[in-house]
Design a protein around this ligand. Structure first.
Ligand SMILES: C[S@@+](CC[C@H](N)C(=O)[O-])C[C@H]1O[C@@H](n2cnc3c(N)ncnc32)[C@H](O)[C@@H]1O
Length: 255
């Protein structure tokens, strides 16, 4: 009988590591492809269409190169961000899933802005300074990358500031809905509420709508308050919370 080689635990672990390491090598690809899907507006197009769209319909609507778009769609289908569904007897279309509904730009449960913020070059750059941050106790990675803290950077870059406000609003829409549904009694007897660092006022406008007896004060840095959409029943005050905060029956912090 010839030698039979029995594979040991170590070989199995090594082989698993060999495969797993590729997930790190291309770990950034998933977020890059999802960002690409948001920028192209794939989920928005299918949502607007109201039913699954064929590759040909999508390429026409989005003005893309068919083979390139198909590669992106195959990746997204693999990760169940979209799914394939028959459109006619001999054609397949691409349909939304719960995941891709979160990629619709202005959907109720949209997370698109949060993904666009976190995948932006501005927010990715600090991650490249992580080891430097661990090696010494100097500036934060954001300051190392951009020379200033995130709020000062936003003040000087209105486009980035808008992206932050829209990204924060994604989370606020979900968190505040849960708060209103689960903890409404917390707001009993509160006549005025100041939202400290309230961003573009998404959270406060939901709270004031749900509890209309409350007067809301949206307090944030002056450059944020200046561009926040104005809503009836809400007062907008710009300032620095480390100096003073407008008086109210209660203060609301969410970050
Ligand atoms: C992480 S965001 C949270 C936004 C919002 N509360 C939410 O959860 O959706 C922090 C907010 O605090 C604001 N902020 C940062 N520093 C501040 C300061 N010194 N005074 C007032 N607001 C500040 C930012 O402009 C930003 O809108």
């Amino acid at each position: 009988m010839g030698d039979i080689k029995v594979r040991g635990k170590k070989e199995d672990e090594d082989e698993k590591a060999e495969v797993e390491i590729w997930n790190y090598v291309f770990g950034h690809v998933k977020i890059a492809v999802v960002k690409c899907a948001i920028e192209l507006g794939i989920a928005d197009a299918i949502d607007k269409h109201g039913s699954p769209m064929t590759l040909s319909q999508l390429t026409t609507t989005l003005k893309c190169e068919p083979p390139r778009l198909y590669r992106i769609l195959r990746f997204l289908v693999h990760y169940q961000i979209f799914k394939e569904e028959p459109v006619t007897q001999d054609s397949i279309g691409f349909a939304l899933t719960p995941l891709s509904r979160r990629l619709i730009r202005h959907g109720e449960r949209s997370m698109a802005a949060l993904i666009l913020l976190e995948s932006s070059p501005v927010m990715l750059a600090p991650w490249h300074s992580l080891s430097a941050r661990v090696l010494d106790s100097g500036n934060s990675p954001f300051e190392t990358a951009h020379g200033k803290d995130v709020w000062s950077y936003a003040e000087e870059n209105p486009g980035h500031s808008k992206l932050i406000d829209e990204a924060m609003a994604c989370d606020a829409r979900v968190a505040v809905r849960a708060l209103i549904e689960g903890c409404s009694r917390v707001f009993d007897g509160i006549k005025s509420l100041v939202d400290v660092g309230g961003g573009n006022g998404t959270a406060l406008s939901m709270l004031v709508k749900a509890f209309p007896w409350m007067h809301g004060i949206n307090f944030d840095l002056p450059h944020v308050v200046a561009v926040a959409p104005k809503v009836d029943g809400i007062e907008y005050v710009g300032g620095d919370m480390f100096e003073c905060v407008p008086k109210a029956d209660a203060a609301f912090f969410m970050g």
